[in-house]
Design a protein around this ligand. Structure first.
Ligand SMILES: [Zn+2]
Length: 477
């Protein structure tokens, strides 16, 4: 690649960034002190991690088959998918009783992290923690505020979904621990790897022949390490490389979630592939703000493809349900968390203090606002704030929601038949990190400071709720 890019085009963005950061860089002496403080500052997060990952123990509960099992985080998540309401309820109470026993410690560590954020914000002369956090990607604060206000303005879709869940599950009352079990467990959805590959390739045809050919080549050239093996890391990820193709790690197990994960990771891989092919090494790396657009858009395309191919209504319902629960987790919950994070930071910035009661009260208020009148709130679910590791990374979670919203906004242009969007989208992927994420998205016709960009997601979700209600009624659910 040497000589392919004019030398003046290699470091220009980097140098402009250095100049932009100038107002927040302190004297040599102060910078030295700030650097030395980093180890001390990590204390609260370390304490939280040690308590949450190592020292915390959970009680024994009965699983779906009546066996006594000792709860772990993974087992708790699995039991919440049980079709037996009593099993879910008992596991929920047992799991959270452990956190309740350490609530003062967990509150103190979270409050300490917020104070930490405020210390560095003041030291670097930012207006607020929010401004400090958004400065890295040069994101205007309106993006954050618009995400929250637009979502809350159109929150009835989520309220309606809670009511529909309650109806389909035939529950007298619905609780937070009833939000994860499958609504149509009678549908046994298994998909082997070859079928998943075929579906993922077919679903991207609207991105153009070049994209699909590159994706096919990625599979044929074995960029993916498919199955679980001894010593292999869990989960899935894409590792982009310059000059060498991306590597994708999967632990493929035949579920519908695995197929969507494959679409997701291949979205990242194609982003890396296009960006490394077009940009110099210095500009090929992209920000997480656009990264999750590339991955979730491919999930959206796969959803459309599967819905089109579905042969009966139960199939459609199963696929829709999976997607809607995904939107609740990736979008609505993250916006609620973003509101929580903003409120606790602003409380301390205005001179207030954080306590377990204050944060539990706030979580209750937000749960009522987001999940609406059909959800019965129990005393355990409102202490969830104490166990979210991402709250130890200042203003991080909103990026899941903004990326998701941006990809849905782009998807809605695809669906509406906008003929220019494919070219613009491929250009955005190919642009890598050569510009700020907000500008890259603007070139795709998505202005994240405007409510429209978030409306696409909430409207699509509301339509899916209506569609699910219609199909479920047809099946007598
Ligand atoms: Zn991802």
């Amino acid at each position: 690649m040497a000589g392919q890019f004019p030398e003046t085009d290699l470091y220009d963005f980097y140098i402009r960034e250095l100049i932009r950061s100038r107002p927040h860089i302190r004297s040599e002496e102060v910078e030295e002190l700030l650097a030395q403080s980093a180890m001390v500052a990590r204390g609260a997060e370390n304490v939280f991690t040690m308590l949450d990952d190592a020292d915390m123990t959970y009680p024994e509960v009965k699983d779906e088959d009546g066996n006594t099992v000792k709860l772990t985080k993974q087992r708790y998540a699995k039991i919440l998918e049980s079709t037996n309401g009593e099993v879910r309820k008992n596991a929920h109470a047992a799991f959270y009783s452990s956190y309740q026993n350490h609530l003062n410690t967990l509150s103190a560590s979270l409050a300490s992290t917020v104070n930490n954020d405020i210390f560095y914000t003041k030291a670097r002369g930012f207006k607020s923690c929010l401004h400090n956090s958004l400065d890295g990607d040069n994101i205007p604060a309106e993006v954050y505020h618009s995400l929250i206000s637009t979502t809350e303005k159109h929150i009835e879709g989520l309220h309606k979904y809670v009511a529909l869940r309650k109806k389909i599950l035939k529950l007298e009352k619905i609780h937070s621990y009833d939000m994860f079990c499958p609504l149509f467990p009678e549908r046994d959805y298994q998909v082997n790897y070859d079928q998943a590959v075929e579906a993922v390739i077919e679903s991207t045809t609207s991105l153009g022949a070049d994209y699909t050919a590159a994706l096919k080549n990625a599979f044929d050239s074995r960029w993916v390490d498919v199955y679980e093996t001894e010593g292999k890391g869990s989960g899935a990820y894409n590792w982009g490389n310059y000059k060498v193709h991306p590597f994708i790690l999967m632990n493929y197990n035949g579920t519908i979630d695995n197929m969507f994960t494959l679409a997701h990771e291949m979205g990242h891989a194609m982003h890396s592939h296009l960006s490394c092919g077009k940009q110099s090494y210095q500009k090929a790396g992209y920000s997480i703000f656009v990264a999750e657009v590339a991955s979730t858009l491919n999930e959206g395309l796969l959803l459309e493809h599967l819905l089109k191919k579905a042969t009966d209504d139960l199939d459609k319902l199963f696929i829709l349900n999976r997607q809607m629960d995904n939107t609740v987790g990736t979008f609505f919950n993250q916006v609620m968390y973003a509101n929580f994070e903003l409120t606790i930071h602003e409380t301390v910035e205005k001179g207030g203090a954080l306590s377990p009661d204050m944060m539990t009260g706030l979580w209750r208020k937000l749960t009522e606002k987001y999940y609406g009148p059909h959800l019965t709130i129990d005393d355990y679910s409102i202490i969830k704030w104490c166990r979210i590791p991402h709250f130890y990374m200042m203003y991080y979670v909103f990026q899941y929601a903004t990326s998701y919203a941006a990809s849905q906004a782009i998807m809605s242009k695809f669906i509406a038949g906008d003929t220019t969007i494919v070219g613009k989208y491929i250009e955005m992927l190919s642009a890598g990190g050569s510009d700020y994420p907000i500008n890259l998205l603007k070139n795709c016709g998505v202005d994240m400071t405007k409510p429209e960009s978030v409306e696409a997601t909430v409207k699509m979700f509301a339509e899916q709720v209506d569609e699910m209600e219609r199909l479920a009624e047809g099946l007598g659910k």
